[in-house]
Design a protein around this ligand. Structure first.
Ligand code: DGL
Length: 270
């Protein structure tokens, strides 16, 4: 049996494409419908009520496309709007809990850093879950809000002075406290992996939430008999194409996105 409905993935903007990339790697035969709320990004500096409302609108849009599973490829939505999202009529995968399990497995000295948006840090979601597995862990939380617009603007090279400065600044607390594992708690951040490696050194394990979540997506589809054996089409919707969409999105996804597969939608009109 094969279920040809697409997997729906959404984020506040383009960062969720780093999650889509990992899902495509483990599930190349699945159709993907991605929604990036590029007209309203960032979410991570907004209040909880706004983030919850945006998340529900994004999910409603994906449901209107008859998706079989929804992935919140956004740390902010996963941490702030989890309660509102978990009762959707299709399975819902968030990115926090899987990344926490990976970090708990990876750490040797139980000193873990979280770099995420202010809304995610304020929610304390990663920290609470880490402490439930490792009550004596030391968790250092840093809000790295400025990295989101840098990535959306296509500033992703480790040699870009703005990227370098911002990354070095944000990770200094992790270095001072000798953390051995850092969760990149915002899906915009894996594209800056080289910059993080340079700032933190090769011995610190970086947890990419997309990698952890992609395995959960695969397991869920397999368990519920929802796998597709003959798809592989990828379709992208955004609330604003802006000026840099195509180039930045292709870099984040790791594959060329052509104009015909991108559509602009007004999801508030649904
Ligand atoms: N990519 C998102 C996250 O994982 C949000 C970035 C933002 O919109 O502030 O948190």
């Amino acid at each position: 049996m094969s279920d040809s409905r697409a997997i729906g993935i959404f984020d506040s903007g383009l960062g969720g494409l780093t999650v889509a990339k990992e899902i495509i790697k483990v599930l190349p035969k699945e159709d993907i419908i991605y929604f990036g709320d590029t007209g309203r990004v960032p979410y991570g500096t907004k209040g909880a009520d706004t983030i919850k409302r945006y998340a529900l609108e994004d999910e409603k849009f994906l449901l209107s496309k008859d998706v079989k599973l929804i992935v919140a490829a956004c740390g902010t939505v996963s941490s702030v709007a989890f309660e509102e999202s978990k009762n959707l009529p299709v399975p819902f995968i968030e990115v926090i809990s899987h990344s926490v399990k990976s970090a708990v497995k990876a750490t040797f000295n139980k000193k873990i850093g979280i770099l995420a948006t202010s809304a995610t840090i304020k929610s304390g979601a990663h920290k609470k879950q880490i402490l439930s597995f490792l009550p004596d862990a030391e968790v250092y939380e840093v809000s790295g809000t400025l990295l989101v617009p840098l990535v959306e603007e296509g500033y992703t090279s480790k040699d870009n002075p703005l990227v370098k400065n911002a990354v070095e600044n944000y990770v200094s607390v992790f270095k001072e406290n000798n953390v051995d594992t850092v969760i990149l708690g915002c899906t915009h951040f894996p594209i800056l992996t080289e910059a993080f490696k340079e700032a933190l050194g090769e011995n610190v394990t970086l947890i990419n939430m997309g990698v952890s979540a992609s395995n959960a997506v695969k397991d869920t589809l397999a368990r519920l008999n929802l796998l597709n054996k003959q798809g592989g089409n990828h379709k992208f919707f955004v609330s604003d194409k802006g000026t840099t969409f195509k180039n930045t999105a292709s870099v984040l996804l790791g594959e060329e996105i052509d104009d015909s597969s991108v559509e602009t939608v007004d999801i508030t009109a649904l």
